[in-house]
Design a protein around this ligand. Structure first.
Ligand SMILES: N[C@@H](CCC(=O)N[C@@H](CS)C(=O)NCC(=O)O)C(=O)O
Length: 240
């Protein structure tokens, strides 16, 4: 494999504001595998740019003549395609647990975090995306973005409560995957780091105590992934 892989990632009005946790977990997955990647900034209104993938969401990964979408499918693909490199979802037993974490994050952590950050995300989007984002997210959550902004304190407490099993687990073991980080950790870590991003200062995360958790996680992962994402520069390395 000589050609870098290509990863389509959601971005705000500013090209460097890449806030999608689904895309970031694939960045981490590629770094974990040590695979070079070129990222392509993608916005909600650019559906035709990823139409070749047969669906309308990112992340989309292009690897030579192969195209894969959906973060879980991409992680499985990378393990299948690059078995000689460090495993992401791993053997059958780790994979089963990782699938649960993937689902827990999608069903519980993501909606709770979304209620906190959607109003800010709307503010950092390209103008051409803002109406679509407001309409679809308000329909999905059954509440206006303005009302969500007014419920921040309640949403923050709910979010912290949801993270309790994560805090308890990481108090007694270094990684969700066991002795070394794997895809289970990548799924969760980037979800938590929303709002701790220097690239997206317009998106306020869950606050300082939460940032302490993120910093602790960053140390756990020995996070070395260079944040530079402007244009389609390659992603840095992650020594996890
Ligand atoms: N199950 C998918 C979810 C991906 C997803 O929801 N992506 C969002 C960005 S975070 C998206 O592309 N949304 C497009 C839209 O809402 O039109 C995965 O795990 O990759």
């Amino acid at each position: 494999m000589t050609q870098p892989l290509r990863l389509y990632e959601l971005t705000g009005a500013d090209d460097s504001c890449r806030f999608s946790p689904y895309c970031w977990r694939i960045r981490l997955a590629l770094a974990h595998k040590g695979l070079p990647v070129e990222t392509v900034a993608w916005r909600f209104h650019e559906k035709e740019a990823i139409a070749f993938s047969g669906q309308g969401k990112v992340p989309v990964l292009v690897d030579g003549d192969q195209c894969v979408s959906d973060s879980w499918t991409i992680a499985e693909y990378l393990d299948r395609q690059y078995p000689e490199r460090p495993a992401l979802v791993g053997d059958a037993s780790l994979k089963a647990t990782t699938r649960f974490i993937n689902q827990w994050v999608a069903d519980s952590v993501h909606p709770a975090l979304a209620r906190l950050i959607l109003p800010d995300v709307h503010g950092v989007l390209d103008e051409a995306d803002q109406d679509y984002f407001k309409r679809t997210r308000e329909a999905a959550f059954g509440v206006s973005l303005e009302a969500l902004a007014g419920q921040r304190e309640t949403s923050l407490q709910a979010f912290r409560d949801i993270l309790k099993p994560l805090r308890s687990t990481l108090a007694v073991q270094d990684y969700l995957a066991g002795e070394a980080p794997a895809y289970a950790d990548h799924i969760v870590f980037r979800r938590l780091s929303v709002g701790a991003d220097r690239q997206c200062p317009g998106v306020a995360g869950p606050g300082r105590s939460h940032h302490r958790l993120v910093r602790a996680d960053a140390r756990r992962l020995r996070w070395r992934c260079a944040p530079g994402t402007r244009g389609s520069r390659a992603v840095g390395r992650c020594r996890a």
